[in-house]
Write a protein that binds this ligand. Structure first.
Ligand code: PXP
Length: 259
């Protein structure tokens, strides 16, 4: 890379392997096996969302993922709601990273990220305790300047910018439509503002092979967390191939942005 842009890490979200398993109440397909295959195919880390209703990933999955990833020397990014139960689980496991996400309607901003600005008093102590336990804390927010500022104010390490609306607009109206470009512009400005405030910038939600390139080209973005599309694509081409193709799209977008 000529201009010195740092590479973008790929975190693979394996939640929907558990969704398929749970559809039949079997022990397969195993999310830990998916993590192993993903790491083998070049994923930099694994993301899993332990939801309050346990609709996909289970507590036992988190135990097993922690064990496997510690052995493999790769990070787990635990997505979690801001609840006492989830905080206790995170503090027990002390994963490399925790990403605080909204699960209840009242915690959600208009577009869908965590309303950090509106729930400052509840989110700030959780961020502090997780950080004290040695976990890097990320907040899943909209690329909205008030939310970015609130994340910096409560001393999060990272913001993960919600790319769902961008990806939906790109699929509905076209990648280069005015609708998609306007949201991409917001993401780009949000990433720059976050970086200026000392936050590391990640992005995720709804990303596929087409939408990954413009997002990976945002200079401040350091990590993408991608799940649903990769697990879906794996049905047709296999998980390693899906991950390698995504990785190639990320690297080529990054090299293009750096040229
Ligand atoms: N990042 C966060 C914070 C998420 O909640 C999710 C969905 O669990 C993802 C990334 C991955 O989104 P997708 O499965 O649509 O790729």
């Amino acid at each position: 890379m000529s201009g010195g842009l740092l590479p973008v890490r790929l975190g693979v979200n394996i939640d929907h392997v558990a969704t398929v398993r749970n559809a039949r109440g079997t022990t397969y397909p195993d999310p830990v096996r998916a993590a192993e295959v993903a790491i083998g195919a070049g994923a930099d880390g694994i993301t899993a969302h332990l939801r309050e209703d346990r609709r996909h990933i289970s507590d036992a999955d988190i135990d097993a993922l922690m064990g496997f990833l510690q052995q493999a020397g790769k990070p787990l990014n635990l997505e979690m709601a801001v609840t006492d139960e989830m905080e206790a689980i995170a503090l027990r496991h002390r994963p490399h990273a925790a990403c605080l996400v909204p699960e209840r309607r009242e915690e959600v901003t208009t577009e869908g990220g965590l309303n950090v600005a509106g729930h400052h008093n509840r989110v700030a102590p959780v961020v502090r305790r997780l950080r004290e336990a040695g976990t890097r804390v990320s907040l899943f927010i909209e690329a909205d300047l008030a939310q970015v500022q609130a994340a910096a104010d409560i001393k999060a390490d990272v913001v993960e910018l919600h790319t769902g609306a961008y990806c939906d607009a790109a699929r509905e109206y076209g990648l280069h439509s005015a609708e998609a470009e306007a949201i991409l512009e917001r993401l780009t400005k949000g990433a720059a503002a976050a970086r200026r405030l000392g936050l590391e910038v990640h992005a995720g939600h709804g990303i596929d092979y087409a939408t990954v390139a413009p997002i990976a080209a945002i200079p401040e973005v350091r990590e993408l967390n991608i799940g649903h599309f990769l697990i879906g694509e794996a049905i047709f081409v296999g998980l390693p191939e899906a991950i390698r193709t995504m990785r190639a799209h990320i690297d080529s977008a990054r090299a293009g942005a750096d040229a």
